[in-house]
Every structure is written in C-alpha cells, then in structure tokens.
Ligand binder design. Structure first.
Ligand code: ZN
Ligand code: ZN
Length: 295
C-alpha cells in the first residue's frame, strides 16, 4: 500500500514502507491530523541548530535500546523541595508517562538537592540559583533501578548544562537512560508575575511536554524535522508552546517498534488521561484519531 498523497515525499521516505504494518497502525500513520513542520523563524531551534532528521530506517539502524521484559518500568524522581500549590503534582506526571508510553510508571521518593551534591551558580540575567546538569545526570545514572528502563528527574530549580549556556529546560543522557527537566521557567512567579486563572493547565501542558520529550530521547528518538511534533527541538518558550503534545507518524512508528503497544489501546488510555487532567484540546485530538483508526 502506498502512503496517502497528503504526505510530502520527504515524509514518505522518513516513514518507510508500510506493507508489513497492521491495518490500524497503518491508519494511525496516514498523516491525517498532523501538521507539517513550518520553516523556522530567526530565533527558532532549526535556524540555530540545523538538523537533518532521523528517518524510521535511521532509527532502526542505530539499534536503539528497547524496554525488555525485566526492564519495562519508567520512573519519575522529584528533586528538591516540593512545588507550591498550583504547580501540578508529580503523580499526575507519572500518569502521563504511563499513558503516553504504554508502560508502567513509578514515582520514586523525593530526593533533597544536598543529597545529590551538584555545582550551582547564580544566573547573571535572572539573579537566581541554577543547578549544573552534568552532576545531576551522573547521580541519576547511579540511582537507576534495575527494573527501570528510563529515569526522569523533575525539579523546580533552574538548570544549566554548561557555563556558556544561559539555561536549559531539560536534558537527557539517552545511552544511560536518564534525564531531568525543570519547571522553574514555567512558573509565572519565576518572572515575578502573579499566578493567574488558567496557569495551572498551561503549566501542566508544558511540564508534560518537556517530560515526554526528554523520555523520547531515552528511547533513541532524535529531534523531529518532518512534522509539528513533540520531538521537535525548541529554542524558546513560544516555540515549545507551539509544539504539540503528540508525536508525528514517524516518531509514533519508532516508539511502536520499541514498545510494541497496540496503537488503539494507547490512544484510548491517552484520551482518558487527557480528559482527567483537563487537557481538553489533546483529548479531542486523540478522539479524532481513534475515530479514524478504529475499524
Ligand atoms: Zn530534545
Ligand atoms: Zn516526529
């Protein structure tokens, strides 16, 4: 079967042949409901970091790590002081991990920053403390439980990966299956703004996006250049906000190869999660995909 004409030649090549794919998955990969990647604006990720893209065949050739039977759990580790009211709880992020990756997810006990022992600095622009991510990643590698495929840490502290960088939202060490992300800059009080109505849902959406994006890297997914996709790189908050909470057909095919989920069951679980979390746009988008994919 050839791919439908709504896909561009580059998207068809990146998706690869679909002859051996099950009919529901093939319908999920048709491209319906997905938007093409727009040309980058001056300050956008692809204007600053030109990337060639990772086709499905490239992904397979790279022999990505897959969650084997004895190591199928995802884990979330809260780091530092608990978030104040209005910031989504780690348990909700755990639920997002479980629904999105169709794997069991576990919330680990909170760890104090002092127990990690990382270098810190004061950011010259914000005047606020930042944590040095390489030291935290080293700690997480040591803490990876034997049954855990990927470990993501979450903190309310701002992060920097290198002296030359201003900050980073999140970072992963894919080969070691660990990563971390910060919600500091999603909290309006970081910029001394008041916490307003609608902020909680917006912050939840941003936190889930960066968490799922970093865990996507742990599955070996590189940045996506083919569609508007959760796996697009992002250089600033407006670009991150414009990125959807779903993965495109090419990234979905990569994840399905590694996790072997049933595409309908996964979307079912995601729809239930989005409804419960108040992410109405995402729930409606998934419902539309299910209508198209189901027999
Ligand atoms: Zn990334
Ligand atoms: Zn993608």
């Amino acid at each position: 079967m050839t791919a439908p004409p709504r896909l561009t030649p580059a998207q068809i090549v990146a998706l690869g042949p679909l002859a051996a794919v099950s009919p529901p998955l093939r319908r999920a990969l048709s491209g319906s409901g997905f938007e093409p990647m727009p040309a980058p604006a001056e300050n956008d990720w692809l204007a600053c970091h030109p990337e060639r893209g990772q086709k499905y065949a490239d992904f397979i050739a790279e022999k990505p790590l897959v969650p084997e039977e004895a190591r199928r759990t995802l884990a979330l580790l809260p780091l530092g002081v608990p978030a104040r009211p209005g910031i989504p709880r780690p348990g909700l992020l755990r639920d997002a991990l479980e629904a999105f990756y169709a794997l069991p997810a576990r919330l680990l006990p909170r760890v104090a920053l002092a127990d990690v022992g990382m270098r810190t600095r004061i950011n010259e622009h914000t005047g606020k403390v930042q944590l040095y991510t390489p030291h935290i990643l080293t700690y997480l590698k040591r803490r990876l439980p034997p049954d855990v495929f990927a470990l993501a840490a979450i903190t309310g502290e701002d992060l920097y990966p290198d002296e030359a960088w201003n900050f980073v939202f999140g970072i992963a060490s894919p080969r070691h299956r660990v990563g971390l992300f910060s919600f500091a800059r999603y909290d309006p009080t970081f910029d001394d703004e008041p916490f307003g109505p609608g902020d909680e849902t917006r912050i939840l959406r941003r936190m889930i996006k960066v968490l799922l994006h970093e865990v996507g890297h742990m599955f070996g997914l590189a940045h996506c250049v083919y569609f508007l996709c959760l796996m697009n790189g992002s250089n600033h908050i407006e670009e991150a906000d414009a990125r959807p909470l779903h993965v495109c057909p090419i990234c979905l095919r990569k994840l399905q190869h590694s996790i072997r989920f049933d595409v309908v069951s996964r979307y079912d679980a995601l729809q239930r999660f989005y409804e419960r979390a108040g992410l109405d746009d995402e729930a409606a988008w998934v419902a539309e995909r299910l209508r198209e994919i189901r027999d």
